[in-house]
Design a protein around this ligand. Structure first.
Ligand code: CA
Length: 222
């Protein structure tokens, strides 16, 4: 089931949109201001955002910019009373996938949401660019790693070690496999290089980011 975050401060719009989406099988959540939208989008996995521009605290432009800068790739459909062509262009160039103006018809909004979700599914099967585990996200394209909203700098070997662990969050990966995939060793050279690099990653990502499974290997909690 698809999860949609409705970012909107007007109750008279929130209520019918929520009701309509739920009756079509979507799971919905609501953020009534920009700050809340940014933190909800970070902490929970949404498949799509409906984004108003005029919002309390920080406006929709800031929400859009922060999410895209962080590498969030869920489709964002702007739903705004601003019908100036310059706003539409700014929205689409700023990384929104669609721009609808108020007043709007729910049927049209629903059709556009379905279309954007379908496009995402197609492009995700072509190329999975972002790996996620817990609050860590790793962008295979830009090589950026975030813990929550904190950007973490990793050396090349650290990145590829983390990438290998993140391919299968929740699964224990053996030292032998890590040696082979990250360092290209077919045998254990008798060093503790894997453990040393796990230590580097923990320092950068947080002590509890990677679990040790004694005698077996390491695991990234999903
Ligand atoms: Ca508004």
């Amino acid at each position: 089931m698809n999860r949609i975050l409705i970012v909107e401060d007007e109750v008279r719009i929130i209520a019918p949109v929520e009701r309509g989406l739920r009756s079509h099988g979507f799971i919905t959540a609501v953020a009534k201001d920009g700050r809340e939208a940014i933190s909800l989008a970070r902490d929970a996995d949404f498949d799509l955002l409906i984004l108003d521009i005029g919002l309390p605290n920080v406006d929709g432009w800031v929400v859009l910019r922060e999410l895209r800068e962080r590498g969030e790739q869920m489709p964002i459909v702007i739903l705004s009373a601003r019908d100036d062509i310059r706003d539409k262009v700014a929205g689409l160039e700023g990384g929104a996938n669609d721009y609808m103006t108020k007043p709007f018809s729910f049927q049209e909004l629903l059709a556009r949401i379905r279309l954007r979700l379908r496009e995402t599914r197609v492009s995700q099967t072509k190329e999975e660019k972002i790996l996620k585990a817990g609050n860590i996200s790793l962008n295979l394209h830009t090589h950026q790693v975030y813990v929550g909203d904190r950007l973490v700098e990793l050396a090349a070997r650290e990145f590829s070690l983390l990438e290998t662990l993140m391919q299968q969050p929740g699964r224990v990966i053996s030292r032998d496999r890590l040696l082979k995939e990250v360092w290209g060793y077919d045998y254990d050279p008798g060093s503790n290089i894997v453990d040393v690099y796990i230590g580097y990653l923990r320092k950068k990502l947080g002590n509890y980011s990677i679990e040790t499974v004694r005698g077996v290997g390491y695991c990234l909690p999903s």
